[in-house]
Design a binder for this molecule. Structure first.
Ligand code: GDP
Length: 486
């Protein structure tokens, strides 16, 4: 079986229990309604409240998005700096494309959730290849930023130039005492006659203290008055949104199961476009479908001086120690022989695949070995997306710590992976913090890790221990200062 006829009627299963709208045709995006068939049925159900919020967001995207007069007027006001315009109630959040595909998918998910919470239209900077990789998530409109109508000096045209240096950023404005007044009780408001037309929010890498005030309730009220926000982040900031007081109640209502935020939003947003989906399903049926069990192994090496043999040793000690793969091809304790198991290896290098194949034989597969990470290369990104999706079709996952590529795979799969720990990327010594007795602790939840949270409690005016604030936020096993929903 390598091709299925379109489902004759779309059922609740195809629509992921109401998460997806039925407003798209099957042919326009096969993965949207076929995806469920390749994944185990999950116990995670989207809440009725989440579903209602998604339908409301779809209506907003259609009413205010590209192609409408409202959008054209909003772009014109942005260019002329006229500020808040008519009473159409349309405000925008532009996600600025940045870094590798895994980072981008986590950042888009975060931007989307922030847009839903603040009732903004999400627009994705399509300067890269988002349009070739993914189907449109919102019916009757596009989520790709459209420049038609924008002037040559429009802020929309200089997105990649922001890089944290923009004077028009929240952090710079707060630091340099921009048109903002702070009252004795900590409230902040615009002191200028009207709020700026746009503001840039910098939450990339290890952003500064003033940027981190984004996670304060008072500053959120300030941002709410700005018609256009530009967000530059490579992070999964969702746990930070749960820590932002005005959003907490709303998020708890949308996600009664806190550990399924990316699972639901990832399944809502990321439908591989037909050519990517075709490659995924063809590979699946040729190499993985016949096995009783599929083990996915994602190898990502950040430290240039880390010897490949050490990575392989860590992997073997992990898969054997955890009983995922046996030492030889004899029958395993649970009665399945290794030949019933398909192993899917993803890595930029083919070396690990070759060693595993020497050891385990023909059940080991690697779809591609790209050698190195590439930029502005749609074919390369399409292979990366295919592999994240193929990993998500496995029954068990071993991932590499710190890697957002692995987070996306585990999140779409709904699996808690075994995480091969890594030294921090900036460590000179690749062995820093590694414990050979524990090569791959199990992730405490399916959720991605937020690598650089802000520990500052705005109301208290001091830093707090982030894993003590609520029972559903804990530190990650791979990034010790990172936090995740559990
Ligand atoms: P991270 O750097 O591991 O957090 O993940 P990102 O996805 O943000 O960036 C890494 C990029 O390198 C990916 O998007 C791919 O372009 C490439 N890459 C890394 N590992 C793999 C892999 O196993 N397979 C493929 N096809 N590409 C990979």
């Amino acid at each position: 079986r390598d091709w299925e006829p379109p489902p004759s009627n779309i059922t609740a299963d195809h629509l992921l229990d109401g998460l997806l709208t039925a407003d798209f045709s099957f042919e326009s995006c096969r993965s949207r309604y076929e995806f469920a068939g390749y994944h185990k049925k999950s116990s995670h159900k989207p809440s009725p409240y989440l579903i209602a919020k998604l339908r409301k967001q779809e209506a907003l995207q259609k009413r205010c998005g590209p192609g409408t007069t409202t959008y054209e007027n909003a772009v014109r006001r942005l260019d002329s700096g006229e500020g808040v315009g008519g009473d159409d109630g349309c405000r925008y959040l532009v996600y600025i494309s940045y870094r590798g595909l895994g980072n981008r998918m986590l950042a888009i998910t975060s931007s989307f959730l922030y847009a839903v919470l603040t009732e903004r239209v999400l627009l994705v900077d399509g300067g890269r290849d988002a349009g070739e990789l993914f189907c449109e998530p919102f019916p009757g409109t596009t989520w790709l930023l459209q420049l038609a109508g924008a002037g040559w000096f429009s802020p929309l045209r200089s997105l990649q130039g922001y890089l944290g240096g923009s004077k028009q950023s929240l952090g710079n404005m707060l630091q340099s005492g921009g048109p903002v007044s702070v009252s004795a009780d900590g409230n902040v408001s615009w002191s200028a006659p009207r709020p700026p037309t746009y503001l840039y929010v910098h939450l990339a890498g290890r952003y500064g203290f003033h940027d981190s005030l984004f996670f304060c309730g008072a500053h959120q009220r300030l941002l709410g008055e700005v018609p256009w926000l530009f967000l530059w982040t490579d992070n999964y900031i969702v746990p930070g949104l749960f820590l932002t007081p005005p959003f907490r109640g709303e998020l708890e209502a949308m996600f009664p199961e806190k550990d399924a935020v990316f699972y639901h939003l990832g399944h809502y947003l990321f439908h591989p476009a037909n050519p990517v989906w075709h490659a995924v399903t063809r590979y699946y049926w040729s190499n993985l479908a016949g096995a009783a069990r599929r083990v996915g192994v994602q190898i990502r090496v950040f430290q240039k001086n880390q010897p490949p043999q050490a990575v392989l040793d860590q992997l073997l000690s992990c898969v054997r120690g955890e009983g995922l793969l046996q030492e030889t091809t004899t029958v395993a304790a649970n009665g399945t022989s290794s030949s019933d198991t398909a192993v899917l290896v993803t890595s930029l290098s083919s070396w690990y695949y070759e060693r595993l194949r020497d050891e385990y034989g023909g059940g080991v597969h690697q779809p591609s070995h790209e050698g190195r990470q590439r930029w502005h290369d749609a074919a390369h990104d399409m292979r990366a997306l295919s592999e994240m999706v193929l990993l998500s079709m496995c029954d068990e996952l071993v991932t590499s710590g710190y890697s957002t590529f692995g987070y996306v795979a585990q999140g779409l799969a709904g699996l808690r992976p075994w995480v091969m720990t890594r030294a921090p990327m900036w460590a000179d010594d690749w062995t820093e913090g590694l414990d050979p007795r524990e090569p791959c602790p199990r992730a405490i939840s399916v959720e991605p890790c937020f690598h650089s949270p802000s520990a500052y409690d705005c109301a208290a005016g001091r830093d707090v221990e982030l894993d003590k604030v609520t029972p559903y936020i804990r530190h990650c096993v791979d990034v010790k200062w990172g936090i995740k929903l559990v």
